[in-house]
Design a protein around this ligand. Structure first.
Ligand SMILES: Cc1ncc(COP(=O)(O)O)c(C=O)c1O
Length: 431
C-alpha cells in the first residue's frame, strides 16, 4: 500500500474517531491535584505514576503511545487554558503572554530575552531558515530523517534561492553520527540544521558536540528541538546552539498550538526578522521617519513575533511547566527512560523478527522507539494496533516504512505489554 503522509494522518484520525466516544470534561470528574514532590520518585513506583495518570483525561481503554505526535495535557493545564480565556473575556484585559517567555527561558536554560513565543515548531524553523543570511551555493547539513516541518522550509530555500542541502543518516552511536556530520563539511558549509531527536526513530543526537564543532568551524548551529523539552533536562546555553525551535504541545504536555524559539542573544542581530508587528519593535520609530533602521527592532527575541496571542494558551504553558516542576523534570526524565527501555528490551526479545531502528546506546536513546516487523507491512501493523486500541504512529519519512512508539509519564508497562501482544500475534500469523 502506498499511503501518503496526508493520507495516513487522515486514516489515523478516522480510525480513532470511529472507535472513540469522546467524553466531555466536567469539573466533577477532576482528580485530586497531584501532591508536590520534594525529592526523588522511583521510576518504577507504579502507585505514584498511577496518580500521575489520573491527572490526564485519557481514555482507559486506549493505550496512547504516541506522545511524539501530540502530548495530551493534564487537567491543570486544561483548566488554566479555560481560566485564561475566560478571564480575558470577563475582565477585558489585553496582553499578559509576554511573561511566559521568562518561564520558558528558565525551563530550558536560557534568558527571557532569548525566547520568542511561537505557535509550533514549524514557526520557529521558518523564522530561522528565512532569517539566516544565505546565498546561492551556501551549504546546509541536515539528516535524512527530517520531519517535513524541518525539511520543507530548507528545501523551499533550495528551490527559491539555490542553497545546497547535504544529508547524512544518523548512525547507531553519537560518535559515528558526529563523524558523518564532519565528513560533509566543505568551505561552502554555512549551517548545520538538525533535529535534537528525529521524529522517525527518536534517536538523541549529540547536540552539544555538534554545536561545539559548528562554532569551531564558524557555521550556524540550528537545532529542531520538537522533542527536547519535557523529555530531557535542557540547558540551551550549555548546548551552545544559535537557535532552537520547539513546541509546548509534545513532551511538555502543554496546549496545542504553542511553541517557542530560542535565539542566542548575540545572534539576534545576525538572524534577520521578516515577520514583524506589535511587540517586534522598540516603540521608538515614527512613520514620519520611514524607512526604519534595524535599530527599531525590539532588543530581545520578541522581534521575531508580533501581534495578539491567545492568553489562555500561554496560561496553559505556564501551568504545564508548573505541572512538570511539581513532579520534577529529573523524575520525569527517568520515568520516560524506564518505560522506553522496557519497550526496547521487549522489542529486542523478539530477535531477528523485529528490526529495532533506534540505537541501544544509552546516550542516544530517549522516549521513542522505532521498529519494523520483518515481513509485515507497517501500515497493516498500525491498523492492527488500532484494532487493539493501541495508538502508535506510522513512519514514512525517508521511506523508513516503520512504526514508532513513544511513552510518557501517563503510560505504564501494562500499556507497553498491550503493544507487544499485537507484535507477538502478528509475528505468529506469519508462520
Ligand atoms: C522533529 C520534528 N520537527 C518538527 C515538527 C513539526 O512540529 P509542529 O507541528 O509543532 O510544527 C515535528 C512534529 O512532529 C517533529 O517531530
Amino acid at each position: 500500500m502506498k499511503a501518503s503522509r496526508r493520507n495516513f494522518i487522515k486514516q489515523g484520525s478516522a480510525t480513532l474517531l470511529s472507535a472513540m466516544a469522546i467524553p466531555a470534561l466536567s469539573n466533577d470528574l477532576l482528580p485530586t491535584p497531584l501532591p508536590i514532590s520534594n525529592g526523588i520518585i522511583a521510576a518504577n513506583d507504579e502507585n505514584y505514576w498511577q496518580l500521575v495518570r489520573q491527572q490526564f483525561p485519557l481514555q482507559k481503554e486506549w493505550a496512547y503511545l504516541n506522545n511524539g505526535t501530540m502530548g495530551p495535557s493534564p487537567y491543570p493545564v486544561i483548566e488554566a487554558v479555560k481560566k485564561g480565556m475566560n478571564d480575558c473575556d470577563v475582565l477585558g484585559n489585553y496582553g499578559g503572554w509576554e511573561s511566559t517567555s521568562a518561564k520558558l527561558g528558565k525551563f530550558v536554560g536560557a534568558n527571557e530575552e532569548e525566547i520568542a513565543l511561537t505557535h509550533n515548531v514549524t514557526d520557529g524553523i521558518n523564522i530561522v531558515c528565512w532569517g539566516l543570511p544565505l546565498k546561492k551555493g551556501d551549504e546546509v547539513i541536515m539528516t535524512t530523517h527530517e520531519h517535513v516541518g524541518n525539511a520543507f522550509p530548507w528545501l523551499n530555500r533550495q528551490m527559491l534561492h539555490g542553497i545546497v542541502i547535504k544529508v547524512f543518516t544518523p548512525a547507531s552511536t553519537a560518535a559515528e553520527t558526529l563523524d558523518r556530520i564532519k565528513a560533509l563539511y566543505t568551505k561552502k558549509t554555512r549551517v548545520v540544521a538538525v533535529p535534537h531527536i528525529p521524529c522517525t526513530q527518536g534517536q538523541i543526537l549529540p547536540a552539544k558536540e555538534i554545536c561545539t564543532w559548528a562554532k569551531e568551524k564558524g557555521i550556524f548551529a540550528f537545532i529542531d528541538g520538537a522533542h527536547g523539552p519535557g523529555m530531557l533536562q535542557l540547558d540551551l546555553h550549555d548546548m551552545g546552539c544559535d537557535a532552537y525551535a520547539s513546541c509546548c504541545h509534545k513532551w511538555m504536555l502543554g496546549p496545542k498550538g504553542t511553541g517557542f524559539l530560542y535565539v542566542r542573544k548575540d545572534f539576534q542581530n545576525t538572524l534577520q526578522t521578516y515577520f514583524v508587528g506589535g511587540g517586534s519593535d522598540n516603540g521608538k520609530w515614527n512613520m514620519a521617519t520611514v524607512p526604519i533602521s534595524t535599530g527599531a527592532y525590539a532588543d530581545t527575541a520578541h522581534r521575531y513575533y508580533g501581534g495578539t496571542q491567545n492568553i489562555g494558551l500561554y496560561r496553559g504553558v505556564d501551568a504545564a511547566i508548573d505541572f512538570i516542576e511539581s513532579i520534577g523534570m529529573d523524575n520525569i526524565h527517568k520515568r520516560i527512560m524506564y518505560l522506553s527501555k522496557y519497550a526496547q528490551d521487549q522489542l529486542l526479545s523478539f530477535g531477528d523478527r523485529v528490526e529495532l531502528i533506534t540505537p541501544t546506546e544509552e546516550r542516544s536513546r530517549g522516549g521513542v522507539n522505532g521498529f519494523r516487523i520483518k515481513g509485515f507491512d507497517f501500515s497493516k501493523f498500525y491498523a492492527k494496533c488500532a484494532e487493539a486500541k493501541v495508538r502508535i504512529r506510522m513512519v514514512q519519512e525517508n521511506s523508513l516504512n516503520s512504526v514508532r512508539v513513544s511513552t510518557h509519564i501517563y503510560n505504564n508497562t501494562g500499556e507497553v505489554d498491550r503493544l507487544m501482544e499485537v507484535v507477538k500475534k502478528e509475528i505468529a500469523s506469519l508462520k
